[in-house]
Design a protein around this ligand. Structure first.
Ligand code: UP6
Length: 263
């Protein structure tokens, strides 16, 4: 698939967070997003600080943290400044607009006050996008939304017409939707939108609960995705910082090869 450099795509992005993410990717030569899916605050912070130099984005599941407090959020924001990455809370909103607005801005986590990026399933219809957009507006911060156009898990139902409906909804909300969770760069190419792919490890495989892994080379090089999303492949390694560098280099080289092949 034809590939414009990230720097040029930044200029096409109407949403400030999408623009910034493309710029960080170019600055850090990183299209690696890391998710420390562990349940202790100190371990999340330790892993994030270790891996920070290699990543463009940190993905959180804030609701799995056993000792969550607001200081965790503040420390993550400080690490985002220190290492220059954006924070994506993988909340996978999936309710009616009014409810997701409350879930986004209220409760224990007040996600709209600290996340740069959130995501949503389109199952409830486009009202979910409007509800989250209102939440972002109320928080007074620049936030970008990713739609789950495809998933990595075995037997998932995000295929065909459902995937296409996600692309259509993204094109109808260009100010707020910055891209997709998808298993590939969906055709036709929309260079203002980014494609983030979970289910990535250095070797193909899976886990016992339906996760399926493909390699950075396949995902970014052959399938035209932009960002690899890696969790256990990195924090399960003996040296997470060194392992993150391996993933960064693999994904960046695959991206460069794709851009050069289509230049
Ligand atoms: N994730 C997927 N597949 C999807 C969407 N999201 O794996 O289709 C998320 C998971 C997890 C991460 O919630 O946080 O990506 C993958 O982590 P792993 O690399 O440890 O498998």
């Amino acid at each position: 698939p034809k590939a414009l450099p990230f720097a040029q795509r930044a200029a096409l992005c109407p949403n400030p967070v999408g623009r910034r993410l493309f710029e960080i990717m170019e600055q850090k030569k990183s299209n690696l997003s890391f998710n420390p899916d562990v349940t202790k605050k100190a371990e999340i912070l330790r892993l994030t600080d270790l891996v920070g130099p290699s990543i463009c984005m940190l993905k959180t599941h804030i609701d799995v943290v056993e000792d969550f407090d607001w200081d965790l959020v503040e420390q993550l924001r400080a690490l985002a400044v220190k290492h220059n990455f954006v924070i994506f809370e993988d909340r996978k909103f999936a309710d009616i607009g009014n409810t997701v607005q409350l879930q986004f801005t209220s409760g224990v986590y007040r996600i709209a006050e600290w996340a740069d990026i959130v995501n949503a399933h389109l199952v409830p219809g486009p009202g979910i996008i409007d509800g989250l957009r209102q939440g972002a507006k109320a928080a007074g911060r620049d936030i970008g939304l990713l739609l789950l156009a495809e998933m990595s898990s075995k037997g998932n139902l995000a295929t065909g017409a459902y995937t296409e409906a996600n692309v259509k909804a993204a094109l109808e909300h260009p100010d707020f939707v910055i891209g997709f969770i998808a298993m590939q760069g969906l055709a036709p190419a929309h260079p203002n939108l980014m494609y983030i792919t979970p289910g990535v490890q250095l070797a193909k495989g899976g886990d016992a609960l339906g996760q399926q892994y493909d390699t950075p080379e396949a995902v970014v090089g052959r399938k035209g995705s932009d960002i690899i999303q890696v969790g256990r492949g990195i924090f399960g390694a003996a040296d997470p910082a060194a392992e993150a560098e391996k993933y960064r280099v693999a994904a960046w080289e695959a991206y460069q090869a794709r851009v050069q092949a289509t230049a």
